[in-house]
Design a protein around this ligand. Structure first.
Ligand SMILES: Nc1ncnc2c1ncn2[C@@H]1O[C@H](COP(=O)(O)OP(=O)(O)OP(=O)(O)O)[C@@H](O)[C@H]1O
Length: 910
């Protein structure tokens, strides 16, 4: 449709829109679904009369209507035809299927037609437009923890580390971007499931991830991606009155977004094309913990009123709106029936790279940015806490210059410290008589003394809620907690976004569940009337309900009983803050809230309970004898125990815990241990009197975690850190520490992010640790340089038995270096150079070297580029070498007939 030049040099005549409508008539008949919208526009510009519209309306079927309308439009000349195309282009949501056709034709209307009015009367596209507008507005700001200081999502959002996992939580690779979350090219673990299940710890950014998804949908081009977007919080489904029943239509139109025009038509469209909708459900953990989605009855009809949670379950199961996209988030430990899961994604928060990016966003001013980055670099503990975005946000507020509470630079830094600072910041900013306003040096204790009334009232409300699994508070609960005037303005509570399930009345919630837990703990500490049973209530909460005794069974170790605290992070956090607030270090502060005698009583009760349950818990952990090791399998609850102890900063309890680990092999694989947990782990393990093997495979330690483990490397002989996002900085710490003590025998670093730089550190360990027998460094980022460096170290090691290098890229150069190291090596018995890009040249060098080796027994060369020539060299080698028992060559381009020749030799594995 653009002006072109004809081959004879003459300009073509004006394009014929009439002809276009004629040529592609049947395509238009197929794709125009909303004739009414076109009629409305034609009439609005007097191109059509009322009578014309009636003629079209009288046709029996929609395609007939389109045909009649096209006939009439064509009969009215070029301008009307052009205008029709203009409307199709201007309301893309209504005529989305025609977008490629219009683009292909290069349609560009004349000035006259462009000046004509276009009204969008298509109810579906009006609805999606309204959604885009509302969801764009709602997701523009990150709901911050201060209400006043709202942060623009676009200025703050930093992509998290997202990892695809299978049903056993084994990593399947990263999620490269938010867009790829919904596409099927990677990570599908159940083709029949419809839900992308996103899990992660408290504050790791699940809600923000959904917010970003919502925001990018709202700002995306209509026609790209889903047409409808329904964001829900699971909490909403649990807040309806017990007898509430509503239909799917009511749920969508009354509790999400209501169509302006013809709701019937919109709903009908949704039912016809369910795959055009995307639902997000945030926080499955915030529904009652005993809710079993798989037991809820199916809601058969979209018009049938049903309990709201049954609607949720039916949507997730695909019984309602089958094929609609669904993203559901939940805290770690909450399970979804496997049949519902399509993909499972684990959110890992911020790694070092993301933390730097987030820092640059929050502190755009260069000098301040540098200051914060150097503080982070100087303190791995601070960086570890910052790997959880929620804690990072709080800490960054405290790292900001200017008046207000400041983060103490001396260590240790606990989570209680961080939340106390947050509370202090709110109190000091909003209270008119705040001592901080006039005296920046004023102590934290006095700020709390001043704010005691409202803080305790908020604590009462928080406790009331947690004790009943309630996170949303109606006006009557707010009134019952006797919040003094101004307490709401402190900014710890926020209004639940409208429309609330409690109807038109205002409902409140704490800004974050961890904050509710913090306040509940503050109430338990500060309220004089709280007795021992109440104080310890959340320790026994889950156990009592299931008839289990004490914490001895929390590990889920007895007869496969479920860990009762798995879904109850808020209880765990309350206990954690309780330990922090009742710690010795906080005594001075807490004395301003509670009389000394009460404080002593509570401290005594907590410590004796903690010590007793710790003893019984550790005793109950399953142990197995594996060779020289007595292995103890710790559970995620063990990590919570460690966190409690660290929060309490009690050396006495930590020594007790260390003594209680009556085993020399501590297995913490798949425990969802993050870098911040390593401070707690080291706090306990450095008291272990003997040498220890530590298995931390498949967690989320990253370099910060390795740095935090520094105090205990002097005890560790076996160190398993595979699948932990460890990069070169972590390798450097390992090198510094392990070459100091020289006691390591096994180092597992499989599937991390170590490059050739890190390989030099690992090589140093291999060279200098005389007892090292096993080194696993497969699936890292090593190239030929890294390979050469490790091979040089191998040459010097007299102790090494087993090296795993699978899945690096050392190529022929690296292989040649290994060949050199293998010649006459005294100890190496197992080597894997599988999947390393080694071809004939490298293969031949290895074969020649092995002619002069009598230590190797197993050699993995699978998945390389070895051809027949290399195979022949290896066969020649086997005629000389009598010690090599297994040579694995499958996955190489060796011809079957060539392979056949060697098949008589059982040492070859093709
Ligand atoms: N990707 C991100 N970029 C920037 N800030 C983030 C990001 N993710 C989280 N945050 C910060 O962390 C806070 C907590 O995040 P969010 O509420 O999403 O956590 P969550 O995982 O949903 O927690 P919970 O399970 O406890 O509800 C946010 O308010 C924001 O300040």
């Amino acid at each position: 449709m653009e002006s072109r030049v004809l081959p004879d040099g003459k300009a073509p005549g004006p394009p014929s829109f009439m002809k276009l409508l004629k040529v592609d008539r049947e395509l238009l008949v197929t794709h125009i679904r909303n004739v009414q919208c076109l009629l409305d526009n034609l009439m609005a510009n007097d191109y059509f009369s009322m009578e014309d519209a009636e003629i079209v309306g009288a046709c029996p079927t929609p395609p007939d209507k389109v045909r009649k309308m096209l006939d009439l439009v064509q009969s009215k000349g070029e301008e009307v035809c052009e205008y029709l195309l203009h409307v199709l282009q201007q309301i893309p949501d209504a005529f989305v299927d025609l977008k490629p056709w219009l683009a292909e034709r290069g349609f560009w209307p004349s000035e006259l037609v462009r000046s004509r009015v276009v009204v969008n009367t298509d109810p579906v596209s009006r609805y999606t437009q309204k959604m885009r507008l509302e969801w764009g507005r709602d997701s523009k700001f990150i709901k911050s923890y201060t209400q006043r200081e709202e942060m623009l999502l676009a200025d703050t959002y930093t992509e998290h580390i997202m990892e695809l996992v299978d049903f056993h939580d084994a990593a399947l690779g990263g999620v490269s971007s938010l867009d790829s979350l919904l596409v099927d090219s990677t990570g599908v673990i159940n083709v029949d499931g419809e839900t992308v299940f996103v899990v992660g710890d408290a504050g790791v950014g699940k809600s923000v991830l959904l917010q970003q998804l919502q925001n990018s949908w709202a700002s995306s081009e209509p026609g790209a991606g889903p047409r409808f977007f329904f964001p829900f919080r699971c909490r909403t489904f649990g807040c309806f009155p017990p007898a509430a029943a509503l239909s799917l239509r009511e749920l969508l139109f009354s509790h999400s977004c209501c169509p302006e025009l013809e709701p019937d038509a919109v709903f009908e469209f949704l039912l016809r094309f369910p795959a055009t909708a995307l639902f997000t459900f945030d926080g499955l953990d915030e529904l009652q913990s005993d809710l079993d989605l798989s037991r809820l009855p199916d809601v058969a009809s979209p018009l049938q009123p049903a309990p709201p949670v049954a609607l949720l379950a039916s949507l997730l199961r695909g019984k309602l709106l089958p094929g609609a996209g669904k993203v559901l988030t939940a805290r770690t430990g909450v399970e979804l029936p496997r049949a519902l899961v399509r993909k499972k994604v684990r959110l890992r928060g911020f790694g070092p790279e993301q933390l730097r990016a987030y820092t640059r966003k929050v502190f755009p001013e260069l000098a301040e940015q540098q200051r914060v980055l150097s503080q982070l670099d100087a303190s791995p503990q601070l960086s570890s806490l910052c790997s959880v975005p929620l804690f990072c946000w709080i800490i960054f507020r405290c790292l900001r210059g200017g008046p207000g509470p400041q983060l103490a630079t001396e260590l240790p830094l606990t989570l209680t410290d961080v939340f106390l600072l947050l509370a202090e910041a709110h109190v000091s900013r909003t209270m008119p008589s705040s001592p901080l306003r006039s005296d920046p040096q004023h102590s934290q204790a006095e700020t709390f003394h001043t704010g005691r009334g409202p803080l305790c009232a908020l604590g009462r409300l928080a406790y009331w809620g947690l004790a009943r699994n309630r996170f949303v508070f109606g006006p009557e609960q707010v009134a019952a907690s006797q919040l003094p005037e101004g307490a709401l303005q402190l900014g710890f509570l926020r209004l639940v976004p409208e429309p609330g399930p409690l109807g038109p009345q205002a409902a409140y919630e704490f800004l974050h569940l961890t904050l509710q837990a913090f306040f509940a703990a503050l109430f338990l500490v500060a309220d004089d009337s709280v007795g021992t049973a109440k104080l310890l209530r959340f320790f026994g909460e889950g156990t009592a309900r299931r008839g289990l005794r004490g914490l001895g069974c929390l590990g889920g170790c007895h007869g496969g009983k479920k860990d009762p605290f798995r879904n109850n992070d808020h209880c765990q956090f309350t206990n954690l803050f309780l330990c922090g607030l009742l710690s010795k270090a906080k005594q001075e502060l807490v004395q301003h809230l509670v009389p000394p005698a009460t404080l002593r009583r509570k401290r005594r009760a907590l410590w004796s309970h903690l010590a007793a349950s710790l003893r019984s818990y550790l005793k109950g952990l399953p142990r197995t004898q594996a060779g020289e090791f007595l292995q103890v399998q710790a559970m995620p609850t063990f990590i919570w125990m460690l966190r409690y102890i660290y929060e309490a900063q009690s050396q006495r309890v930590s020594r007790l815990a260390a003594r209680g680990i009556c085993a020399n092999y501590l297995k913490l694989a798949y425990c969802n241990t993050c870098s911040a947990d390593c401070s707690a782990l080291a706090f306990v393990l450095h008291h272990v009197p003997k040498q220890l093997a530590l298995d931390l495979d498949n967690n989320n330690l990253c370099d910060y975690g390795v740095k935090e483990l520094r105090p205990c490397f002097g005890r560790l002989t076996v160190i398993r850190l595979s699948v932990n996002r460890i990069a070169d900085a972590g390798a450097r710490v390992l090198s510094e520490e392990l070459t100091k003590y020289k006691i390591v025998t096994f180092l597992g670093l499989y599937n991390n992010q170590i490059t050739d730089v890190g390989a030099t550190y690992v090589a140093k360990i291999l060279e200098e640790c005389p007892g090292l027998t096993h080194l696993k460094i497969g699936a890292n980022l090593l190239t030929s340089e890294g390979g050469k460096c490790l091979a040089a170290a191998l040459k010097k090691s007299r102790s090494i038995l087993d090296i795993g290098m699978w899945g690096n890229k050392i190529g022929d150069e690296g292989a040649k270096a290994f060949a050199d190291a293998l010649r006459d090596h005294p100890s190496l018995a197992t080597l894997s150079l599988a999947f390393n890009g080694i071809s004939t040249e490298g293969g031949k060098s290895l074969a020649q070297a092995l002619q002069q080796n009598s230590s190797m027994k197993i050699f993995w060369l699978t998945k390389n580029n070895l051809d027949d020539e290399a195979a022949e060299s290896l066969a020649e080698m086997l005629e000389v070498n009598q010690t090599l028992n297994d040579l694995c060559l499958s996955g190489n381009p060796i011809k079957p007939e060539e392979a056949k020749v060697f098949q008589h030799d059982k040492r070859f594995h093709f």
